[in-house]
Design a protein around this ligand. Structure first.
Ligand code: NAD
Length: 452
């Protein structure tokens, strides 16, 4: 049995059984057996089941959200959004089964057709930071395209994934089509990666584990989508709406206590407005509401675990005290709280500027020219998200083209919309989730030539 700990209190609230490698094998066997019938189901019926699944998620939205508050330490507002995102992702992909079009390509001597075929059993491995949405970004398009899914949630946060699988069954998904196997990464996760009957792995998590999984998948040329770490820049030009940029910046990094792969953890501000921005930004940081997770006004909660808290602290402890421009107040109750922290004066090669901290910690650094800002933004091995604040449209487009990142937003800190592609450049990942791109990631193109 594995103890689940409420991050806001540090107390065990439940224990669950972990799936062994044998248990994973059994789940994969069930998924393999369920695949042909699911693949061959009338597209309209697959669509109807996914819509019903979405409806059940909506009906149970509050229950799912409250489970996530207890299990992952999310604020109730965020957790409600996350459950709503699962509903939206299911609804969006419910339209797909009837629209998985192939092509007819002009060729000499016959007729040429392409068919988008499902892969078979797909393994989805999910981290603890957004357990519900990230699970759905994997299973919804996979199921819509006719695959069956075995999903392994993170050890610490399995409860909402388990509940979603129950809701899927209640919606009418046949046995074996969507299964959840809570388990440890090196045992249950590794078995899913190695299993010869798993045709594809969708992995979201750290870059280190992602690299190892990609290497293992190479043995069988197993398909893989990787969503890995980030160190996203937030670039504020002098012509930006400074009030807006500064007011939004705390939420671009302290949301989910910074445990967000898209967190805007490096703020770069044009030197001529640096002081003006910093003053407004620190004011906004002071306003972040931290505490009771079930209070709708609360904006930031605890970290996931004692280990994560120690890791975040190790980055900040290496910073000279005079470079800490702000440190917030957090409850002192045995939970894994870490104060929102603003660091100035960090060198470009400091660990806090280059490595993913995955906590409520942000650096603020001045820049001179546009070229300098772009070079700084591109100065890490990551390339997941980023923001550009400016009123100059040409500059917004120029910088968007120059920053090596999969998801950029101009005058906004948002990264995720269920209908648009999401994924990383460089070591932030491989492939895209969400939007139409995810369907391509869960199908294989078959070309058929018919001689006439
Ligand atoms: P992690 O890599 O430790 O674990 C992720 C998942 O992989 C867990 O389910 C874990 O059990 C499993 N796992 C661990 N070792 C494994 C192995 N050897 N074989 C198979 N599975 C294994 O990551 P984490 O600490 O849970 O999550 C935080 C990381 O996730 C951060 O780096 C964050 O940036 C990243 N992340 C990326 C995205 C994105 O979309 N790019 C989204 C969210 C989180």
């Amino acid at each position: 049995m594995y103890d689940l700990i409420n991050p806001a209190t540090g107390e065990v609230f439940r224990s669950i059984e972990m799936t062994t490698a044998d248990g994973v094998d059994a789940a994969v066997a069930r998924a393999k057996a369920a695949f042909p019938a699911w693949r061959d189901l009338a597209p309209a019926d697959r669509a109807r089941l996914l819509r019903r699944f979405a409806d059940l998620v909506e009906e149970h939205r509050e229950e799912l959200a409250r489970t996530e508050v207890e299990n992952a330490g999310h604020t109730i507002g965020n957790a409600r959004w996350e459950a709503g995102n699962v509903r939206d992702v299911l609804t969006y992909y419910a339209a797909a089964p009837e629209r998985l079009f192939g092509r007819q390509i002009p060729v000499a001597g016959g007729l040429d057709l392409t068919i988008a075929e499902p892969l078979g059993v797909v393994g989805v491995i999910v981290p603890w930071n957004f357990p519900m949405p990230i699970a759905a970004w994997g299973f919804a398009p996979a199921l819509a395209a006719g695959n069956t899914v075995v999903l392994k949630p993170a050890e610490t946060t399995p409860l909402t994934a388990l509940r979603l699988a129950e809701l899927g069954l209640a919606a009418g998904l046949p046995e074996g089509v969507l299964q959840v196997v809570p388990g440890f990464g090196p045992e249950a996760g590794a078995r899913l990666v190695e299993h010869p009957d798993v045709r594809k792995i969708v992995f979201t998590g750290s870059s280190a584990v992602g690299r190892a999984i990609m290497a293992r998948c190479a043995d069988r040329v197993k398909r893989v989508t990787l969503e890995l770490g980030g160190k996203s820049p937030n670039i504020v030009f002098a012509d930006a709406d400074l009030d807006k940029a500064a007011a939004a910046a705390p939420y671009g990094v302290f949301d989910n206590a910074g445990q967000d792969c898209c967190a805007r953890t490096r703020i770069y501000v044009e030197a001529s407005v640096y002081d003006a921005f910093l003053e407004r930004f620190l004011d906004a940081c002071r306003g972040v509401v931290i505490g009771d997770l079930l209070d709708e006004k609360t904006e930031m909660g605890p970290l996931i675990s004692a280990a994560q808290k120690a890791r975040v602290a190790s980055f900040v402890d290496a910073v000279p005290e005079q470079d800490i421009a702000f440190r917030g107040e957090v409850p002192d109750n045995g939970g894994f709280w870490y104060p929102p922290t603003v660091v100035t004066g960090a060198a470009p090669d400091a660990a806090i500027q280059c490595e993913e901290v995955f906590g409520p910690v942000v650096t603020v650094t001045p820049f001179g020219s546009e070229a300098e800002a772009v070079a700084a933004a591109n100065g890490t091995e990551y390339g997941l998200s980023g923001s550009i604040w400016t009123r100059d449209l040409s500059r917004a487009l120029r910088v968007s083209k120059a920053v090596q990142s999969g998801n950029l937003s101009v005058n906004s800190n948002s990264s995720v919309r269920y209908s648009t592609p999401f994924g990383g450049f460089k070591q932030s990942g491989l492939g895209r989730e969400l939007g139409p791109d995810a369907l391509a990631a869960f199908t294989e193109t078959k070309n058929v030539f018919i001689a006439l």
